[in-house]
Design a protein around this ligand. Structure first.
Ligand SMILES: NC(=O)c1ccc[n+]([C@@H]2O[C@H](COP(=O)([O-])OP(=O)(O)OC[C@H]3O[C@@H](n4cnc5c(N)ncnc54)[C@H](O)[C@@H]3O)[C@@H](O)[C@H]2O)c1
Ligand SMILES: [Fe+2]
Length: 416
């Protein structure tokens, strides 16, 4: 297949300790009246207040909406949009974890277009540009500051839903690792595990024939030469820093590398997409009320094993990016070592081993498999084609912890 690359990125992306200080300058170039979307934890923070003082000094008026709730239930977004409408905003700034950034994205959408969030569920439903958006993450995890998707909890839906559109990519992303120093170890672990999963899924996702219409047919295009570079960069930084940042939150180098890796992972999956590990997490998270990052990380080694005959070379290359000692090993042995190493990193930061450990009971397994299959944008991106039967095999293995059995069930090899 010929070389193909595509990237969808913010207009500006700046990374580095202290770069949050660039916010007022960027904001003043984009608008005069900003809706600042955050949560109650951050709005009380002295550093956040200093950032707001900077906005004021730059001549940007603002109204703060700090009602974002983790995992983003629909009703909290509506209140944020009301705040923005009442203030007459021309700019949205999101500061916080993935939930705040996604809330800001949906607010920017609903302040520019009529209707409600559910009108835009799915891919390519957003009809045009949203309000200019500036996003500042405070976790090293979701990559939402660079991605074209917002993930919402809708009480009318059994599992979380996504609005996926290139129009949701922010104008300016400011990634300042100093904003993550306050993350406690468990948050560092689950959000960092999410980021590593983004990079691995982006690097192993399907590779589509690059027709001239591919960029208009899929928000998430599948793996390509550009997303691959960011995925490998992310894997290298995150695998070297995740455990260190969990063990010592003041480890400056680890915090920096983890955030750089998480943003790079966002760039990779924001174009390439994620796949089965994310598809299974949606029902598992809804049934067990466990964190997104914990669920995708539990699934990742099983999904790698399940997909291995379709992406063995990629798995070997992931191991190389992780810095594993792979000389003299065959491709298959390298893939084995990579899957083991990913499982070891996750175990070392306290990620459970099975979905049973997350609280799934045996009677829920058919429902988990069925609902996982309903995430069309994720299922179509998995390198190994999925149907309900094979999804059930994957989900059962992640329940019993039997990775070896998945190997026996690895399916026919893909022929390129
Ligand atoms: N849009 C995307 O591309 C994308 C990708 C993956 C996940 N997500 C979504 O992002 C959400 C998860 O985001 P998250 O993992 O960043 O967590 P989060 O935003 O849900 O926050 C979890 C908790 O951590 C707190 N927190 C955030 N930053 C902190 C800090 N620096 N110090 C102390 N506490 C802090 C928050 O106040 C909150 O209580 C989920 O809703 C998930 O579905 C979105
Ligand atoms: Fe994720």
């Amino acid at each position: 297949m010929s070389l193909f690359g595509a990237m969808r990125t913010p207009r500006n992306l700046v990374f580095g300790a202290g770069q949050r200080g660039a916010l007022p300058g960027y904001a003043a170039r984009l608008g005069r009246r900003a809706l600042v979307v955050t949560d109650a934890r951050l709005s009380e923070d002295a550093d956040f207040r200093r950032l707001m003082d900077g906005l004021k000094a730059a001549g940007v008026e603002f109204s703060i909406f700090d009602g974002t709730i983790a995992e983003l239930p629909l009703e909290c977004i509506a209140k944020g949009v009301e705040t923005g409408k009442a203030f007459g905003v021309d700019l949205v700034i999101g500061i916080g974890g993935g939930s705040c950034l996604d809330a800001a994205k949906v607010a920017a959408l609903l302040l520019a277009h009529p209707g409600k969030a559910s009108d835009y569920y799915g891919e390519f439903k957003v009809p045009g540009p949203v309000l200019p958006l500036i996003l500042l993450p405070t976790t090293s995890g979701t990559g939402s500051e660079v991605t074209p998707v917002a993930v919402i909890t809708d009480p009318d839906r059994a599992i979380k839903v996504g609005i996926a559109s290139p129009h949701l990519i922010c104008h300016t992303a400011i990634c300042d690792p100093e904003l993550t120093y306050s993350c406690p170890p468990v948050l560092t672990a689950v959000s960092g595990a999410d980021a590593l999963t983004h990079a691995i899924e982006a690097y192993t996702t399907i590779r589509r024939q690059p027709t001239a219409s591919i960029v208009h047919e899929h928000v998430f295009l599948g793996k390509n030469a550009l997303s691959d570079a960011y995925a490998l960069m992310a894997i290298s930084h995150i695998s070297a820093s995740l455990k260190r940042a969990c063990e010592n939150g003041n480890d400056r180098e680890a915090r920096e590398r983890l955030m750089l890796g998480a943003t790079a992972a966002g760039l990779a999956f924001g174009t390439a997409g994620t796949a089965a590990a994310h598809a299974v997490q949606y029902p598992v998270g809804a049934m067990t009320h466990t964190a997104h990052g914990a669920g995708v990380a539990v699934m990742m080694p099983y999904v790698m094993e399940f997909n291995r005959s379709y992406c063995e070379l990629e798995l070997a290359e992931i191991g190389q990016a992780m810095g594993l000692e792979l000389a003299d090993k065959s491709i298959s042995e390298r893939a084995d070592a990579t899957i083991d190493a990913v499982a070891t990193i996750f175990a070392s930061i306290g990620i459970p081993k099975t979905i049973a450990d997350l609280g799934i009971v045996v009677a829920q397994l058919p429902q988990v498999a069925e609902q996982a299959m309903s995430s069309a944008r994720l299922i179509k991106n998995n390198p190994r084609p999925l149907d309900l039967t094979t999804m059930a095999i994957l989900v059962n293995a992640a329940f019993t912890g039997d990775r070896a059995r998945l190997r026996a069930n690895a399916g026919a090899r893909k022929i390129n």
